[in-house]
Design a protein around this ligand. Structure first.
Ligand SMILES: NC(=O)c1ccc[n+]([C@@H]2O[C@H](COP(=O)([O-])OP(=O)(O)OC[C@H]3O[C@@H](n4cnc5c(N)ncnc54)[C@H](OP(=O)(O)O)[C@@H]3O)[C@@H](O)[C@H]2O)c1
Length: 264
């Protein structure tokens, strides 16, 4: 399937690893010009820069000025933006809802919700001007599942999905397609980096991080396919939704979770 993404200018937030890196790789391989923001520029992102039209931007997207700086870097380099991927996000489990202090609520909302609000506010005028652009926002299955241990993450993602839906209503008539992707568990550094979720939960389950990701987690979460998603599978959906092959998909929220979510 030809996605017609060649020469499109794409901004990706959180592009140095995990799902964001896979999205950068996917767009770059399609011939798009990609500007990717993250605090650190990973070796994998540098390798993509060497091979494709990829510009890494070192920026703190939780800072109020960060998303605007990333968007400005894309405008300076390419003169306009066609596609914005609001991918950056972060979460941390809590033992109790009332243990989450204001500062932690704020931190989670800054990176999960306000980064997208600010990136969109900065990029949308250019996307509208280009005539046929797209915004894809990475929310989470947790936006539908307000788990107590991830209360602030889930609440921020529910707000993010609502924001994305409202964006579609306002900017859809101006030629910008706005959609959301809500993954279940995905094998990324958010889980697999040393000291992260897989290590923490594997210790509690008396197993290794690898066995936790491959066996314990899919079983505990009743994932129908028996495995977590891989980053490139999320990226494939994001690329399709960004392309004009998805021309009449607007304001949708696609769950990609191997069948974990059982309700309709
Ligand atoms: N993995 C999952 O199971 C899963 C499931 C559902 C939804 N999601 C969502 O998918 C998105 C990507 O998750 P992931 O699993 O790929 O996460 P990840 O592996 O932790 O990668 C996060 C990316 O965001 C960047 N980042 C984090 N904080 C930043 C900040 N303050 N400023 C700039 N960049 C920042 C990181 O780069 P630096 O560290 O270099 O800044 C990295 O590139 C998130 O929105 C997440 O909520 C993930």
């Amino acid at each position: 399937m030809n996605l017609n993404l060649k020469n499109k200018v794409v901004v990706v937030t959180g592009g140095s690893k995990g799902i964001g890196l896979a999205i950068v790789r996917g767009f770059a391989a399609e011939g798009a010009s990609v500007v990717a923001g993250s605090r650190t520029v990973s070796p994998e992102l540098l390798a993509l820069q060497a091979e494709f039209d990829v510009i890494p931007v070192a920026v703190d997207l939780a800072h109020p000025d960060g998303p605007g700086e990333l968007v400005q870097a894309a405008l300076d380099a390419h003169g306009g933006i066609d596609i914005l991927i609001n991918n950056v996000g972060s979460g941390a489990p809590t033992p109790s809802i009332i243990a989450v202090e204001d500062a932690e609520w704020q931190r989670i909302f800054d990176i999960n919700l306000f980064s997208a609000i600010r990136a969109t506010r900065a990029a949308m005028p250019s996307i509208v001007t280009r005539g046929a652009g797209a915004v894809v926002t990475i929310s989470s299955l947790n936006s539908h599942l307000p788990a107590a241990s991830l209360v602030h993450y889930s609440a921020s993602k529910a707000a993010l999905s609502s924001y994305s839906k409202a964006l579609a209503e306002e900017f859809g008539p101006q030629g910008v397609r706005v959609n959301t992707v809500s993954p279940g568990p995905v094998r990324t550094p958010m889980w697999t980096a040393p000291g992260q979720f897989a290590d923490m939960m594997a210790a509690g389950a008396g197993t290794t991080a690898e066995a936790f990701m491959d066996e314990v987690l899919p079983a505990a979460m009743a994932i129908t396919t028996g495995r977590v998603s891989e980053s490139h599978e999320i990226a494939d959906l994001v690329l399709f939704l960004s392309s004009d092959r998805a021309a009449n998909i607007m304001g949708a929220d696609y769950v990609i979770d191997g069948g974990m979510h059982k309700s309709i």
